[in-house]
Design a protein around this ligand. Structure first.
Ligand SMILES: *Cc1c(COP(=O)(O)O)cnc(C)c1O
Length: 366
């Protein structure tokens, strides 16, 4: 077969063990999954209500333009409907952007220690990848700027950054974007935007108005609690959307996802409640880290990356055997860390008590 060569360097997706398998293996009654930054409070009851009576419509193709969802999102954000593109999750938008702009002979600039899909898609497209190490969990924007040359097609920014939770502030992002050549697309992935509370956070939509070479990605998977339905969207000026849209499969966002997302975006009270609970949840983890002198990054997302100063897989394994699934930092490029999704207050207390047991066990061994 005449495969694209770079594809042969990638491994097939390795599914993690299911919750049922883990329960059985370790003889656990209950498992709390704090591994994928899902919303511990589920989704808005209004969103769930929207898909309950859907069975009679399953035989129909979805609206390929997601017209009603488009109108709901445009109205919420105060942008024009022509400024939006919808994806089967923002993952698909990353794929569409990569397909539209990357190929061998181009290069793409991103942080090292960020969301894995930017690199994954760039590899498939045969683009050269320029990864710039984070500094204290933050994008090193001056170094990223220096890495740009005439063959650069796309620059990826993730704010708040997954997995560190560190954000880019207003002055930093303006200083950066204003210096990026206008024929290079800056992708600003804001999957955790609705969780942000920092006062010097920028207004991404104002940046889209000012800079014609920028697209902002957001998702219904995180605070909106609709990860299983797969809806993400991009916001940019019309000229960018017009070129990207033909690279989008025609029925990429399914009808249930559209129906639920329309109700979800209308229920901003749910979003506010989740953001406030998350801020309190982060405090629980900060306090634990301070008490035990563990380094961590202050996060603007619904997750926290904690340095246990030992093999992250070991912490992961210890917690899993006790009913808590977190993410080891090893595959994320942070080998001594684990990333924990902020859960409900009780879930946070639970995982923190097991982390304390881990530290106590380590101390006795030492
Ligand atoms: C979760 C996540 C996504 C993917 O979101 P989907 O809309 O579910 O595909 C994209 N970017 C970042 C940084 C994420 O953490």
């Amino acid at each position: 077969m005449k495969w694209k060569q770079p594809l042969l360097s990638l491994k097939p997706y390795q599914p993690g063990r299911t919750i049922e398998e883990v329960k059985k293996q370790y003889n656990l009654e209950e498992i709390v999954k704090l591994a994928s930054n899902e919303n511990p409070f589920g989704c808005s009851p209004k969103a769930a209500g929207a898909i309950r009576d859907f069975s009679s419509l399953l035989s129909l193709y979805p609206d390929g333009y997601a017209t009603k969802l488009r109108e709901a999102v445009a109205s919420h954000l105060q942008v024009r409907v022509e400024q939006l593109i919808f994806g089967d999750g923002s993952d698909e938008l990353i794929q569409i952007i990569s397909r539209a702009l990357l190929h061998s002979g181009t290069n793409t600039v991103m942080a090292e220690g960020t969301f894995s899909q930017y690199k994954h898609n760039a590899v498939i497209e045969g683009s050269e990848i320029r990864e710039i190490p984070l500094v204290d969990g933050a994008h090193n924007l001056p170094a990223m700027l220096a890495a740009i040359d005439e063959n650069t097609s796309v620059v990826w920014l993730c704010s708040p950054n997954n997995p560190t939770g560190v954000y880019i502030n207003r002055d930093e992002i303006v200083a950066f974007i204003s210096k990026v050549p206008k024929d290079i697309l800056v992708v600003l992935d804001e999957a955790y935007f609705e969780y942000v509370y920092a006062e010097d956070y920028y207004d991404a939509l104002a940046l889209v108005r000012e800079y014609e070479n920028m697209i902002v990605l957001r998702t219904f998977s995180k605070i909106y609690g609709l990860a299983s339905l797969r809806v993400g969207y991009g916001i940019a000026n019309e000229a960018i959307i017009n070129v990207l849209d033909p690279a989008r499969p025609p029925f990429n966002v399914n009808a249930l996802a559209q129906a639920a997302a329309i109700e979800a975006i209308k229920d901003q009270d749910f979003v506010t409640r989740c953001r406030e609970a998350n801020i309190k949840g982060l405090e629980q983890f900060y306090q634990f880290c301070e008490e035990h002198q563990l380094s961590y990054y202050r996060s603007q997302g619904n997750f926290i990356l904690i340095d246990f100063a030992c093999d992250g897989n070991e912490v992961f394994q210890f917690l899993m055997e006790r009913g808590y699934i977190v993410r080891s930092g090893v595959p994320l490029g942070f080998p001594t860390f684990v990333r924990v999704t902020v859960g409900s207050r009780e879930q946070n207390e639970g995982v923190i008590s097991k982390m304390k047991e881990f530290l106590a066990a380590k101390a006795t061994l030492a």
